[in-house]
Design a protein around this ligand. Structure first.
Ligand code: FAD
Length: 406
């Protein structure tokens, strides 16, 4: 029976270890992670965990005893520093060398740093792990001023959580709209409205020159137009970059993330990669490849690799999806608006309940649903089954969405 070594004990790594046992893999499984905690979910770090509504224990994917009970050798606080594909071994920072039959790289991504003057002042945070969330939480005293650099999902979710804690929040976004990389303009406008209604100041189209401080502590952010945004703390939320260095040094193809196929194979036949670190195909969208940073993508890839390793037929490809919670808004996105030639609004923004359907011809390629879970669910099915629809019926909310199907 094969020894499976998994590098990175995060969402993808933890899921694949458990799934291999579920699929009756009998051989050794070693799961190595550089963090102190057993695999846990990150989404609450910017939401309920930051607000202090849930504890660390509830973040864990499995209780600590699960790993011993299922003969998964979980090595925590251990970083892998090198992979040698020729001898099929990994070298840990501790000096330990481990041989594998199959290696799964699940090293995730890290927060992109902002290398501007003053970046090392106290009071500047990024958010990727529990330790980051705890440090940020300690800084969020009621009435203190938090500047958030980057109006992406992490930045906006932290803005909503910080408002719930009574913090004064300013979001600084370089683009002309928030969520520019990941959502349509209608959604950007909606989220700007909602955040402003909750007292968040949002400045778009601004460039940051540097952080300013006093006695080593952050006091403000200087913009290129000369303005100084006074603040006590800042969160840098400008995206993530893949932890691909060990794979690159091992000679694996890494064109911005570790390149994998549908079954998550890398360019080495004995090495797979899953989760945020991968540059992956989206089989429902032709030959398109990209990095997808979401829990559903990590789980889908964990399923693919576990099936491949135990010799089961590959599960069908899934529609990529994502969610975000801010205030009482539930955003759910199914699919990717690649090649869309029209988008249609169903519902109205003023009701706080609407969806944007992105179509290519008479096929749905993506749905962005605000507090509209049924639209999201049906949209996901339409994308997966490539069902043609009657576009003209989509914006007629007097008719159930099902009636848009031929
Ligand atoms: P990770 O969970 O990051 O795990 C990778 C692990 O590998 C880490 O523990 C890392 O320390 C470890 N590691 C790296 N290098 C090494 C090494 N050399 N040796 C040993 N260990 C190593 N997704 C959603 O779908 N919805 C959301 O609402 C959402 N909210 C999010 C909010 C926040 C604040 C963050 C940070 C992420 C959020 N995500 C969300 C994204 C989601 O958490 C990730 O897509 C998911 O965690 C990816 O899993 P992963 O295992 O690939 O990476």
């Amino acid at each position: 029976e094969k020894h499976i070594v998994i590098v990175g004990a995060g969402h993808a790594g933890g899921t694949v270890a458990a799934m291999l046992r579920q699929l009756a893999h009998k051989g050794r499984i070693t799961l190595i992670g550089e963090e102190m905690l057993a695999p846990y979910q990150r989404p609450p770090l910017s939401k309920d965990f930051l607000k202090g509504l849930v504890d660390i224990e509830s973040l864990k994917l499995k209780h600590d005893e699960f790993y011993t009970a299922h003969a998964i050798d979980l090595k925590l606080n251990v970083a892998v520093e090198a992979i040698d594909p020729l001898t099929k071994t990994v070298r840990c920072q501790t000096g330990e060398i481990l041989a594998y039959d199959i290696l799964i790289i699940a090293t995730g991504a890290r927060a992109r740093p902002l290398d501007v003057p003053g970046h090392d002042l106290a009071g500047i945070f990024t958010l990727r792990n529990v330790a980051d969330a705890q440090a940020l939480r300690r800084a969020l005293e009621p009435s203190c001023r938090l500047a958030i650099i980057g109006g992406g999902y992490v930045g906006l979710e932290v803005a909503a959580s910080a408002r719930a804690l009574g913090v004064e929040v300013t979001v600084l976004e370089r683009d002309t709209r928030v969520l520019a990389r990941v959502a349509s303009p209608v959604l950007s406008e909606f989220f700007i409205e909602q955040h402003r209604a909750h007292g968040v100041e949002i400045l778009c189209g601004v460039n940051l020159l540097g952080f300013e401080g006093c006695q080593g502590k952050l006091s403000g952010i200087r913009l290129s137009d000369g303005r100084l945004i006074s603040c006590d703390s800042a969160l840098v939320g400008i995206g993530a970059q893949p932890n691909e260095e060990i794979a690159r040094r091992a000679g694996l193809a890494c064109p911005g993330g570790i390149e994998v196929d549908e079954a998550t194979r890398t360019s080495d036949p004995f090495i797979y990669a899953i989760g945020d670190v991968t540059f992956r195909p989206l089989p429902l969208y032709g030959s398109h490849k990209c990095r997808v940073e979401s829990v559903p993508s990590a789980i889908e890839q964990a399923k693919q690799v576990a099936h491949a390793i135990v010799g089961r037929p590959p599960p069908p490809p899934e529609v990529p999806w994502f969610w975000s919670d801010q205030y009482n808004i539930k955003l759910q996105i199914a699919g990717i608006a690649i090649g869309a030639d029209q988008n249609i609004l169903r519902g109205t923004r003023a009701d706080g309940k609407f969806s944007v359907f992105h179509l290519r011809g008479d096929h749905v390629v993506a749905v962005e649903a605000i507090n509209s879970t049924p639209d999201f669910m049906l949209g996901r099915q339409l994308i997966a089954r490539k069902t043609p629809i009657l576009a003209n019926n989509i914006n007629d909310i007097s008719k159930p969405l099902k009636e848009t199907i031929y």
